[in-house]
Write a protein that binds this ligand. Structure first.
Ligand code: TYM
Length: 319
């Protein structure tokens, strides 16, 4: 089984990325052959500074490795180190109905937020389909916001196979209900573009400040509170053990504890949870060539598979 996923190097990793994609992706390394990449071609739809793109890409690699990606099991690489994916995206675009792309939530959302409606932004899902299909991927761990992109990938692959024969393998999304949408400070989906993130490797003071700024209702300390509608409780349950989660749920329902105290408990858990990863990150940083070596090895493995699939595709379409 081949497992594949990607992440855009558009900024700093937050706990939405961690629970939605990285943690399941890391867990799946033991189940098959894992291919994980840094989607730098995709990031060109929003970043136009070359230094920023390069620095962000290395930083994502560093953070992903620090979180537990094992480069001896899985391949970690830059999307652009397998440029055949752009060729496949072109070929797929010739069988992709324009109307399919017009239905993409993510495109509509980005344009509504003021991003220029470039052709690249519009055809983003076709490149994403190519990313997945070029590695004969079986399983794609993602957060819920990527579900529609996965459906589009399957639609595009089906259309291609109908036209040219059964050349492309159909992937399945791997979306875990408990972590499919991690809420941000304001209760909306955590997202860099909403400015509501808690970054995994932010410094301690900043992380505490962010946690303390989680939006709550105005219930007084004595009042019983609803854990089900609380972002604090939701986030805490992602990090804490079952018993700890039950204890916090009961404390919410009992009343007598203020939101400030719950936030402090959440911060303590969060900080403790990422402690080993901060350590690992410092070790990787101390080893100058490590990231480049890992990315080069990953690209080599990815290219071998991509070349095989592209040979099939080129043969099938007559190139
Ligand atoms: P990106 O870079 O926006 O996000 C990376 C991963 O993090 C997940 N995620 C979340 N999950 C739960 N709750 C949240 N608040 C949250 N925020 C982000 C995303 O669902 C994603 O899995 N288009 C992709 C990158 C991509 C890709 C691919 C992914 C390009 N090609 C091929 C899979 C396969 C993206 O922009 O993810």
């Amino acid at each position: 089984m081949r497992i594949l996923s990607g992440i855009q190097p558009t900024g700093i990793l937050h706990i939405g990325n961690y629970f939605g994609m990285m943690r399941p992706a890391i867990a799946l390394q033991a189940e098959g052959e894992a291919f994980y990449f840094i989607a730098d071609y995709h990031a060109l739809t929003t970043i136009d500074n070359p230094e920023t793109l390069r620095a962000n890409s290395r930083r994502i690699a560093l953070d992903f490795l620090a979180c537990g990606l094992d480069p001896d099991r899985g391949a970690l690489f830059r999307q652009s180190d397998v440029p055949q994916v752009a060729e496949l995206a072109w070929i797929l675009s010739t069988v992709t109905p324009k109307a399919l792309l017009e239905r993409a939530h993510s495109y509509k959302d980005k344009v509504a937020r003021g991003l220029p409606a470039s052709a690249g932004l519009f055809t983003y899902p076709v490149l994403m389909a190519a990313d997945i299909l070029i590695y004969d991927s079986d399983l794609v761990p993602v957060g819920k916001d990527q579900k529609q992109h996965l459906e589009m990938t399957r639609d595009i692959a089906l259309k291609f196979n109908e036209t040219f024969g059964g050349v492309l393998r159909l992937p399945e999304p791997h979306i875990q209900p408990a972590t499919e949408t991690v809420p941000g400070l304001d209760g909306q989906k955590m997202s860099k573009s909403y400015g509501n993130t808690i970054d995994i490797f932010g410094d301690e003071k900043e992380m505490r400040k962010r946690v303390m700024s989680i939006v709550t209702d105005s219930s007084p300390v004595e009042a019983a509170k609803d854990p089900g509608s609380s972002t604090i409780f939701h986030l805490y349950s992602l990090f804490a053990s079952k018993d700890e989660t039950t204890a916090m749920r009961e404390a919410f329902q009992r009343g007598g504890t203020g939101y400030g105290d719950f936030k402090k408990q959440l911060f303590a858990k969060l900080w403790e949870y990422f402690e080993p990863m901060r350590k690992r990150r410092a070790e990787i940083l101390a080893d100058h060539d490590y990231i480049d070596t890992v990315l080069a090895r990953g690209a080599e493995r990815a290219n071998l598979v991509a070349d095989k699939v592209m040979a099939r595709v080129r043969e099938a379409v007559g190139l």
